[in-house]
Design a protein. Sequence first.
Length: 125
Amino acid sequence: MYGLEAISTHNGWAMAVAGVIIVFCGLVVLSSTIAQLHKVLRLLNGGATGTEGAPAADPIMHQNLAESARQFRLISDRTGESFPLPKLIELAELSGLPRPHSTINDLLRAGLIVPDGKGYFFWKQ
């Protein structure tokens, strides 16, 4: 007896289904353990209750942001009063400004560039 007949005779289908269920349950337990591992490690390292991580950035305008705002304002003057961000990024890349995406993100967080609600942005006066 060979093939599917042998599998059916010796309960091969039930064993295959049981094997799939066992493997799936094992993967669920493993992923849950890995997801909660940071809590166990925190408990073993002294039970620190404070939140660790990067401090919240203040939207205070520092010197580099002021200089970046000046450079981006000069670039955006070419496009008019309101401008789309992709166009500003493209012009910044053509001008050779470093890291235009993150700089524009910083300008947005600081509130120097504000949306007009129509997909365009303008400089806050």
